[in-house]
Design a protein around this ligand. Structure first.
Ligand code: PLP
Length: 289
């Protein structure tokens, strides 16, 4: 089991992986990133979808990336070197070191590519053992017109502030509300609820990341004839839902048992959440490469 870091094609032990203080990723959060995980030693979940989102994020910030082959090789080489049973993989691409310290992106010499690979302990197979508590953060999700949450950029201060706020409120995870007062997403996950047997999740227009797990789940629901809708959700609706769960690459599907210390449903993983997780688990192998 080891943590290794690839920097522009050279792999380092975690203690020897350094970045310049003049890198614009460090100075301004001027970077994009993706987090993927492996199932087993080297099979990556929804890799194509993650790469597609990476290129979209880069286009949003006018960052021109190397070709897919180069990026894929960086990731696969690093996973191999890490040699973990299952891996957490974080790809970060910064605009690079600037000739000058300043906003002008033309100061950047060339992008820097980083891949961090470490051992990943998957969430328990038993959905009942995944339950968590949440709180609604007072910190609002960024305005789409300021820093669009569709961009998976290295600037996560909005999310860090929401997490700090939720911790103060006694919740472990923060749900963020958009500037219009509707549920957006969590700090590192998308939000779903179940009401009267129907699954609901906020639409992309709510100002959220186009989560890959969310996307896979919507596809599976469609394929299986499950009733769902993407719709704007008020915080009060979320808190009075029959079931709430979070989704992300690392969490897969995670039941939420309380929000702001108010019980959701019967305070346990709900049946609809469990049923969806079964479908998800059964289909994972289709998305591995
Ligand atoms: C803000 C935010 N929303 C949602 C997600 C879930 O996305 P995915 O399912 O692609 O992991 C993440 C993942 O890191 C995230 O950072």
């Amino acid at each position: 089991m080891s943590t290794v870091v690839n920097i522009n094609g050279r792999i380092f032990h975690k203690n020897n992986a350094f970045v310049s203080v003049f890198d614009r990723g460090f100075l301004f959060g001027d970077s994009v990133f993706e987090v993927v995980r492996t199932y087993g030693k080297d099979k990556i979940f929804a890799f194509d979808m993650h790469l597609e989102r990476l290129y979209k994020s880069a286009a949003f910030i006018s960052l021109k990336l190397a070709g897919r082959k180069y990026i894929e090789k960086l990731i696969r080489d690093t996973i191999r070197k890490g040699n973990n049973r299952e891996s957490y993989v974080r790809l970060v691409i910064t605009r690079g070191i600037g000739r000058e310290i300043g906003m002008n992106p033309d100061y950047a010499i060339k992008p820097n590519y980083f891949v961090i690979v470490k051992n990943f302990d998957p969430p328990p197979a038993d959905i009942n053992k995944r339950c968590i508590k949440a709180a609604i953060a007072s910190v609002r999700r960024n305005f789409k017109d300021s820093l669009n949450p569709l961009i998976k950029s290295g600037n996560y201060l909005n999310n860090v502030l929401a997490h700090i706020d939720a911790m103060k409120k006694g919740g472990v995870e923060a749900v963020m509300i958009n500037p219009q007062g509707y549920v957006a997403e969590g700090t590192t996950f998308n939000v779903f609820m179940v009401k009267k047997g129907v699954y609901y999740t906020p639409p992309l227009e709510a100002g959220i990341l186009d989560g890959i797990t969310r996307k896979v789940i919507l596809k599976l629901m469609k394929e299986n004839g499950i009733r769902y809708a993407e719709k704007s959700i008020k915080p009060a609706e979320l808190m009075s839902a029959d079931e709430v769960f979070f989704t992300s690459t690392l969490r897969e599907i995670q039941p939420v048992v309380s929000i702001n210390n108010r019980k959701i449903g019967n305070g346990k993983a709900g049946l609809f959440t469990a049923r969806l997780y079964e479908i998800f688990a059964r289909n994972i192998s289709r998305f591995l490469s």
